[in-house]
Structure formats: structure tokens, C-alpha cells
Design a protein around this ligand. Structure first.
Ligand code: AMP
Ligand code: GLY
Length: 430
């Protein structure tokens, strides 16, 4: 069956997902809501408010959409999969994304940590506190060693994690959080042990019974070179991660992926979608830092171009619970993605600058993040993260070089990018 597919979201992640969906012979018509100038070249952008489920539902019914692929976490945490499952007019629609209960793996750090504890999944030792248990929280901090990790329980737009080096500052921030620094998201705070090691992300596609492990990736969260300065949505990504070798990935599968999928099944949590496992490699052993219930951005921009399998077929089998019928075929080459952002990001920045996309290059993709078309058709910046270049090559150094070469031909007024994406991994290879 050829399907009409609606993809929700508007970032580089969605452009990369749309790129793979558009390659599938099983896709009849692709809609992206709201999308960006990049997705507009692969399907039809539709101006829907994706937080308004009634509006999404009307579009799905009117346009005979067969499959809904949810890019970002917010609609999942708000229960879009349940909304579709519970409506007779929509329950036939295949939804790629977990139920509201499943989305708590990302929506509540306390839920995620207690899930890991119940299923013996390796993670940092932790406890959860509220305003009423502030004294206990301070006493718990006294038992830990610096650095201190404080996490708002709920969604806080990626800003809810604080890592403090001294105890008085940690206690002051703990109090601010419990007093509403992040609104209701920090009414509960998880305090946990600091894990030291190298971070990486592993992505899993599951329907609650079977799973496929997608390529690993590493992202670069800080704005400044050498991982300095403010946190961002992500300044680049590399896939695969060289140290995530067979032996390490076997540990990830046995200690983390299997018990996570088994845990979801045993707790009867309906989960048909992606699990993004944020991991710390601590001296060769993987520990979970966090779960997300969606793909990462900009990890998707390096992971999805390496997937050779038909993603619509993978999604269909995810919705039907038959992922055991699928084999994942992966391009062995390395992908290097470098993000270009508007000057000033992640603080204040301008929108509306005209982008010159430069020269196409072989085996380099340009994924749009915050872009739109002006009234005259010109390509304009429309966000902090504007676009990224993803190059595929036989080795990591070649992929990095090709990505930066492509990037050098792209211009707008006041762009910024990090020049050191992947350099830490190159050093590990030496
Ligand atoms: P999260 O929002 O949970 O991904 O946390 C944001 C970032 O904080 C992570 O990507 C890690 O770099 C860091 N982090 C979180 N928890 C820990 C921990 N227990 N130990 C060390 N670093 C952590
Ligand atoms: N790149 C991190 C994230 O998508 O949350």
C-alpha cells in the first residue's frame, strides 16, 4: 500500500527524516507540519499548530493520512498517540511515537530513573526531592562529591540540568529550582551522582516487543570550541562513534536496550517509536544519562543519511508490531554534520537574513533547520540553528573535511559555526 504520511516538526531532524521518507516507494504523499524551506522541497508544508490535536486530526481525516510520524517530544508527552488511538476516526492511523505513558521516559526524569532502577539498568545513583523535603535534599547533597548534578523533573526546554562544582552554589540552585525556577518542571528535582566519561547517543526503534538498534552518534552541545560556553540545541554530530565498537555496543544492547524494551513490555506500556538513549561511556561501561522518546537533533542529520533500509517500511512494521521482519541496512561510511547558526545564538539573534546556499557537492547533504522562503522566494534565516552540512566519507577525517568544505560555500550575514566538530574523536583514533 502506498501511504500518505504526515510528519510533525520543523527542524533539521525533520528535514533528515523527510529526506528518507521521500526516498521510499511506499510514500504516496508527504506532508510536513509546519516544516521549513528544506522540507518544502521534499513534500508539502502545512501550517498546522502541532500542539492542537483537533487541528492535526482534521487535517489527517481530510487528507486521508495513513501514517503520522512525530518528530519532537512535546506532542508525545502531551499524548498525541493516545489521542489518535482513542478516536474511532483516527485509530487506523499508524502513529510513530510512544503513548503518553511511554513518553514519561523523557517527560519525567523521576519516572525515567525509577524505571531504570526497577529494571536494573545502569545509571547514576539518585534521589528525588520536593520543596517539602528540602532538608533531606541538602543532606543528600552533603553525602555526594562534586560536581553536583541537579535535574528538573519535567520538560524544561533542555535547560533543566545544572552541574555545579561547589556545594553552597549547588544548594542555592536547588532551592531556586524547588521555588519554581523552571516553573512546575522543577517542582521535583532529581539529584544524582556525577558520571565522568565520554558521552554518546544510541537510537533504538521499537514496538515494545522487538527492536532495531540504529547507528550511534555523538553530538556537540556547547556553543564554543573545545566544549565551552552556553548549551545549545546541538552544534554538530558524528556517526558512528569510533569508540562504540562491537564490544561496547554488545554491552549497550545487553545491559540497556534489552532490559528497557523488556521493561516497557512488562509494565504494559504501549511504545511504538524511537528511544534515544543518552549514554556515558565510563571506562568502557555504558551508563544511561537520560532517555528521550524521539530522535536527536542534530544526531538525526548524521544517523538517517546512513540508514539504507526503507524507513517507511520500518515505520509500518513498527506500527504493526512486526519489527522482527525487518533487517536494518546501514551505510558503513562515516557521517559528519556541522551546524551553522545565526550570530548571537543561543542568546539573541536576528532572523530574516538572506542565505546563499553555495555549490552542491557530491555526498554532502544540506539540511535546513530554521529557514523559510521570503515573499520573493529568497531563502531566509528563520531560527538560531539555521542549517547544517552532512558529509559521508570512508573515514572520519575525510567526512569532517568534506562537510567543512561544503559549509565554506554557504553564506549569510553574521553566521557562526564551531570549527572543531569531531576533533575530539580524531584524537581518540590516534
Ligand atoms: P540531560 O538533559 O539529562 O541530557 O542532561 C544534560 C547534560 O548534562 C547531559 O548531556 C550530560 O552532559 C550532563 N549530565 C547529565 N547527567 C549527568 C551525570 N549524572 N553525570 C555527568 N553529566 C551529566
Ligand atoms: N541533540 C540532543 C537532543 O536532541 O536532545
Amino acid at each position: 500500500m502506498n501511504m500518505n504520511i504526515l510528519l510533525l516538526g520543523s527542524g533539521g531532524r525533520e528535514h533528515a527524516i523527510a529526506y528518507k521518507i521521500a526516498q521510499s516507494s511506499r510514500c504516496a504523499k508527504l506532508y510536513i507540519a509546519p516544516g521549513n524551506a528544506g522540507t518544502a522541497a521534499l513534500g508539502e508544508n502545512v501550517n498546522l499548530d502541532i500542539a492542537d490535536f483537533d487541528m492535526v486530526a482534521r487535517f489527517v481525516i481530510d487528507h486521508r493520512v495513513d501514517m503520522l510520524v512525530v518528530g519532537p517530544e512535546a506532542p508525545l508527552v502531551a499524548g498525541i498517540a493516545d489521542y489518535f488511538a482513542q478516536s474511532p476516526a483516527l485509530s487506523h492511523v499508524m502513529v510513530i511515537g510512544p503513548s503518553k505513558e511511554g513518553a514519561r521516559l523523557e517527560g519525567s526524569k523521576d519516572f525515567a530513573k525509577s524505571f531504570m532502577l526497577r529494571h536494573k539498568i545502569p545509571t547514576a545513583r539518585y534521589r528525588t526531592f520536593t520543596r517539602e523535603t528540602l532538608a533531606d535534599a541538602e543532606a543528600f547533597l552533603d553525602t555526594l562529591q562534586a560536581p553536583y548534578v541537579l535535574k528538573a523533573d519535567g520538560l524544561a526546554a533542555g535547560k533543566g540540568v545544572l552541574i555545579e562544582n561547589d556545594l553552597p552554589t549547588a544548594k542555592a540552585h536547588l532551592r531556586e529550582m524547588l521555588d519554581g525556577k523552571f516553573g512546575s518542571a522543577s517542582a521535583s528535582v532529581v539529584i544524582e551522582e556525577y558520571l565522568s566519561g565520554i558521552e554518546l547517543s544510541v537510537f533504538v526503534l521499537t514496538e515494545g516487543q522487538h527492536y532495531l538498534i540504529l547507528p550511534s552518534a555523538k553530538d556537540y552541545k556547547r556553543i564554543g570550541e573545545g566544549d565551552t560556553g552556553l548549551n545549545t540545541g546541538g552544534m554538530g554530530s558524528i556517526s558512528p562513534v569510533p569508540f562504540a565498537d562491537k564490544e561496547f555496543m554488545k554491552k549497550v544492547e545487553d545491559r540497556i536496550v534489552k532490559p528497557t524494551v523488556r521493561g516497557l513490555r512488562d509494565e504494559k506500556i504501549d511504545y511504538r517509536g524511537f528511544i534515544f538513549v543518552g549514554l556515558m561511556n565510563c571506562a568502557g561501561d555504558p551508563y544511561v544519562i537520560e532517555y528521550n522518546v524521539r530522535m536527536g537533533d542534530p544526531e538525526t542529520e548524521s544517523v538517517f543519511p546512513r540508514i539504507k533500509s526503507d524507513v517507511v517500511e520500518l515505520f509500518e512494521n513498527t506500527a504493526r508490531g512486526t519489527l522482527d521482519r525487518c533487517l536494518l541496512s546501514v551505510d558503513p561510511r562515516t557521517a559528519a554534520c556541522v551546524m551553522m547558526v545565526a550570530g548571537g545564538y543561543p542568546e539573541t539573534y536576528r532572523k530574516g537574513d538572506t542565505i546563499d546556499l553555495g555549490q552542491d557537492a557530491q555526498d554532502v547533504l544540506v539540511f535546513h533547520c530554521g529557514t523559510k522562503r521570503g515573499d520573493d522566494g529568497a531563502l531566509l534565516t528563520n531560527g538560531g540553528r539555521v542549517l547544517c552540512t552532512t558529509a559521508l566519507a570512508a573515514s572520519l577525517p575525510e567526512a569532517i573535511l568534506k562537510s567543512y568544505n561544503r559549509l565554506a560555500s554557504i553564506h549569510w550575514n553574521d553566521q557562526y559555526h564551531r570549527r572543531d566538530i569531531g576533533q575530539d574523536l580524531l584524537k581518540l583514533l590516534l
